[in-house]
Design a protein around this ligand. Structure first.
Ligand code: HEC
Length: 167
C-alpha cells in the first residue's frame, strides 16, 4: 500500500516538474484561452499568400507597436515585413516560453491565433492591444494559414482542398 502511494507521489512530482519547466521543443495545450470568437461562418480559404494576406494584416493592425523602428518592442516581437515570419513560426513566446507563437498546422496550439481570437488569451491581453480587434474574416485567414502549414510563401491547395481544415 505504502509503496503504491509513494509511487503515486513520485509520479505527481515528475509531472509537476515537467509542467513547470517545459523543454524548448515542447508545446503546451493553450486551450485555457476563453471567450473566443467563432469563425465558423467564414468560408475556409485554401490559398493564402503570406506576404500579401498575413503580412498585410500585420501591416494594417500590428506594426504600429510591433516594430523594430520604434522601440521598445512589445514582448520582443517584431511583425515588420521581412522579419515577421521567422519571429513567429516555431518561435517560443518571450512572456511564457512553454507556449509557441505559431505551430504549423495547429492553430489550437498557436499563441498568436489565440491572442487575436480570444478575449482571454493564455498570456497578456487580446491583440491588437486595446482594440479595435480583427474582423472574423482576418482571424479566419490567420487560422487557415496556420492550418495550411504556416508557410512563408503560399499555402498548398493540392493536399488541403479535399478535407476540412477547421476544428
Ligand atoms: C497598441 C500596441 C499593440 C498593437 C497594435 C498590437 N500589439 Fe501585440 N502586444 C502588445 C503588447 C504591449 C504586448 C505584451 C503584453 C501582452 O501580451 O498583452 C503584446 C504581445 C503580443 C504577443 C505575445 C508575444 C509573446 O511572445 O508572448 C503576440 C503574439 C502579439 N502581441 C501579436 C499581435 C498581433 C498579431 C497584432 C496585430 C493583429 C498585435 N499584436 C497588435 C502591443 C500591441
Amino acid at each position: 500500500m505504502r509503496a503504491i502511494a509513494l509511487r503515486g507521489l513520485w509520479l505527481l512530482a515528475v509531472v509537476g516538474t515537467a509542467r513547470a519547466e517545459p523543454g524548448p521543443s515542447q508545446t503546451q495545450d493553450i486551450s485555457s484561452a476563453s471567450m473566443c470568437d467563432s469563425i465558423d461562418s467564414v468560408p475556409v480559404t485554401f490559398t493564402i499568400d503570406y506576404q500579401s494576406a498575413i503580412q498585410g494584416i500585420f501591416n494594417a493592425n500590428c506594426v504600429a507597436c510591433h516594430t523594430n523602428t520604434a522601440p521598445p518592442l512589445p514582448a520582443g516581437l517584431s511583425l515588420d515585413p521581412g522579419v515577421s515570419w521567422s519571429a513567429i513560426v516555431n518561435h517560443a513566446s518571450s512572456q511564457r516560453p512553454g507556449l509557441v507563437r505559431v505551430v504549423p498546422n495547429r492553430p489550437d496550439l498557436s499563441l498568436l491565433f489565440h491572442k487575436v481570437n480570444c478575449a482571454v488569451p493564455d498570456v497578456g491581453a487580446r491583440m491588437p492591444y486595446g482594440g479595435p480587434y480583427l474582423s472574423i474574416q482576418d482571424q479566419a485567414l490567420i487560422h487557415d494559414w496556420i492550418a495550411g502549414g504556416a508557410p512563408s510563401g503560399t499555402t498548398d491547395t493540392i493536399f488541403r482542398s479535399g478535407f476540412e481544415i477547421r476544428d
